[in-house]
Design a protein around this ligand. Structure first.
Ligand SMILES: CC(C)(COP(=O)(O)OP(=O)(O)OC[C@H]1O[C@@H](n2cnc3c(N)ncnc32)[C@H](O)[C@@H]1OP(=O)(O)O)[C@@H](O)C(=O)NCCC(=O)NCCS
Length: 162
């Protein structure tokens, strides 16, 4: 039987485990440890950590857009290799959207590079499950925003949610 996975918002003490999880989930960009600590503290009310006993097996970082309080911006989603294929990504996103801090949210945005099929599938499935739309457009482009050093990030918008 699969071990039970529990979800909760993170604490600053979870920061080092978040950094390790992200480092073990390519192609995600790693962030500084300090950045992961900010996610687990200032942005903790809009993030979700998934635990199998005391092992961190999943993490969603996100925040409410400062100028658009109806929009949840999902920064990164990571599921440890051992916990994949159990719908954990969907569970964490649904949990994030159900957090009290997200009560005014009617749509989710995230950015995806064109080669990340797993990510595209996760968010297409989210739109299917919520019976809502999904659109995308270039957001941060290779030449203008990344000085040619990173693939273009497309902004995906999923919603409106009922
Ligand atoms: C992407 C990721 C979060 C999915 O986690 P997960 O818990 O296994 O996802 P789910 O079980 O909810 O599956 C969601 C869907 O994505 C599909 N999927 C997962 N990995 C895939 C891959 N590598 N290629 C194509 N589809 C993939 C699943 O088949 C499933 O679709 P289905 O139900 O139609 O079969 C996880 O594989 C991961 O952490 N990958 C590395 C980091 C990453 O790419 N994150 C996303 C970018 S922000």
């Amino acid at each position: 039987m699969d071990k039970q996975i529990t979800l909760r918002t993170p604490n600053p003490e979870d920061g080092p485990l978040v950094s390790d999880l992200i480092a073990n989930c390519p192609p995600l960009d790693t962030n500084s440890r300090y950045c992961n600590l900010l996610q687990c503290s200032h942005f903790g009310d809009t993030c979700v950590a998934a635990w199998m006993d005391d092992e961190l097996v999943g993490f969603v970082s996100g925040y409410i857009l400062p100028r658009q309080p109806d929009t949840y911006f999902l920064w990164q989603i990571a599921v440890a290799a051992a916990a994949r294929g159990q719908n954990l990504a969907q569970r964490m996103i649904h949990q994030a959207l159900a957090l009290p801090a997200c009560s005014a949210v009617t749509q989710l945005q995230t950015t995806i590079t064109d080669d990340n099929e797993a990510s595209k599938r996760v968010f297409t499935k989210l739109a299917e499950r919520r019976s809502t739309g999904i659109t995308n457009e270039p957001f941060f482009t290779r030449e203008v925003h990344f000085a040619g050093q990173h693939d273009t990030e497309y902004l995906y918008t999923i919603g409106p949610f009922k």
